[in-house]
Design a protein around this ligand. Structure first.
Ligand code: PLP
Length: 422
């Protein structure tokens, strides 16, 4: 059986383990639905990035929107990472774990004035600015706060990352970044605005990319710009090449991080830019295969056209199948000899879009538990309270130790901020 997340995720006898913790035992102890993450798997995913960048001036900024649990942030902070944030809320999280703001870059097309103010006061390393209008507002805010905003412009290299339309971000038709043709003029504008200091350039072309080629195309386009911008006398200190490296959910075969980074560094050197500080913003590739979502089978419902396996996790816990028609592995936490039946695995939410897996061959009975694989990225962070369902608990395992890193949300918490009419 193909288990993305191996060797940290593996059957021992008939029981599925994450590191040295039996997942059934965790489900019993903490209840379901339950997210479980392996710290060793996260660090193992980070290692090839670090290896490939050793000896270079670099910063790996974990894109925390993939999984922003404080314990996950702590794990990456202790491993030496910086962070890529996209909101004031994410800024509050990194500051809460004691990360120094000079390791934080702030991305996103819609930063509010209040978010800019908080980030200026904290002293973030760089604002990745995505439009001329944002440049002007940021300049005004920096002057008002008596601070300097270090900026890079996110340029849109107009390359097709070959991924799902919802997670492709580097095409002209996307809302992200500034057009390649406009970039030099905007850098000139930025250099003339008060309160701003130009420090770099960045791009991010999409997510779940399984090929090196679009990265190299984007890098070439960015380097063309770097040369044009510096010809204007504007110095660029760093290059931020974004994130987006894909993972194996089922049969994808993305390059490993060291293969990708080495190819990029080689191109950088070949074009005479090897001296620059380089930054990357990986999210999914650091955490995706480090986590599973555990769920219990509630009912089996045979049908004329389909059999349904109704479980206690739903689209509110894990949006990826409903939102992107994503396919994620689903395996039992305990192997049985019974012959498998083909089911659609669905949740209790009142939507036909509430499915977690289609046409899965499973040998299960009510009360059995399933592990939805590769759920460490864009799982919990996209969870909602739809149907007034409390969000799942989260556990981080280190060896044979299981740490509850987020308690299960209780119903009363869900309407605590609501008010009855007089
Ligand atoms: C989402 C995002 C990332 C991380 O993308 P992954 O596909 O999770 O690696 C990096 N940079 C920016 C600006 C992003 O929006």
């Amino acid at each position: 059986m193909n288990l993305p997340g191996a060797p940290f995720l593996a059957y021992r006898g008939e029981s599925l383990y994450l590191e040295d913790c039996a997942l059934d035992a965790l489900a019993e102890r903490f209840g379901t639905p339950l997210y479980v993450y392996s710290q060793a798997a996260m660090l193992a995913a980070l290692a090839p990035y670090q290896r490939a960048l050793a000896g270079r001036d670099h910063l790996i900024c974990y894109a925390m929107k993939a999984n922003s649990n404080l314990a996950v942030l702590q794990t990456f902070a202790r491993a030496g990472c910086g962070f890529d944030i996209v909101s004031g809320g994410e800024l509050a999280r990194v500051l809460a774990v004691g990360v120094s703001a000079d390791r934080v870059v702030f991305s996103g097309v819609g930063k509010t004035r209040e978010e800019m103010r908080l980030a200026l006061q904290a002293g973030v390393k760089c604002f990745n600015v995505e439009s001329e209008a944002e440049l002007e507002v940021l300049s005004a805010m920096a002057v008002q706060e008596g601070r300097t905003a270090r900026i890079s412009l996110r340029v849109n290299p107009d390359v097709d990352a070959g991924t799902h339309p919802y997670i492709s971000t580097g095409l002209k038709a996307n809302k992200f970044g500034v057009a390649h043709e406009r970039a030099v003029a905007l850098y000139r504008r930025a250099a003339g605005l008060p309160g701003l200091e130009v420090v770099g350039i960045d791009c991010h072309i999409g997510s779940q990319i399984t090929d090196v080629a679009p990265y190299l195309d984007a890098l070439d386009r960015v380097l063309d710009l770097v040369e044009a911008i510096e010809a204007e006398g504007i110095r660029l200190h760093h290059l931020d090449l974004g994130g987006g490296l894909g993972i194996t959910y089922t049969d994808e075969a993305p390059p490993t991080a060291d293969v990708l980074i080495s190819a990029l560094l080689q191109r950088l050197d070949a074009r005479g830019h090897g001296h620059r500080m380089v930054m990357f913003e990986p999210g999914r590739s650091l955490v995706g295969n480090a986590g599973v979502l555990l769920t219990e089978v509630l009912y089996l419902k045979p049908g004329e056209e389909k059999n349904f396996c109704i479980v206690d996790a739903a689209m509110n816990d894990l949006m990826r199948p409903a939102m992107y028609e994503a396919t994620m592995g689903i395996v039992p936490t305990r192997l049985h000899n019974a012959s498998p039946v083909t089911y659609d695995v669905v949740g209790p939410v009142c939507e036909s879009g509430d499915w977690l897996g289609r046409d899965r061959a499973l040998a299960v009975q009510p009360g059995a538990r399933l592990a939805i694989l590769s759920a460490g990225a864009y799982g919990m962070t996209m969870a909602s309270n739809y149907n007034t369902r409390g969000r799942a608990a989260e556990v981080l395992v280190i060896g044979d130790q299981a740490h509850l890193v987020r308690e299960r949300e209780q119903p009363a918490e869900l309407f605590r901020n609501e008010r009855l009419l007089p």
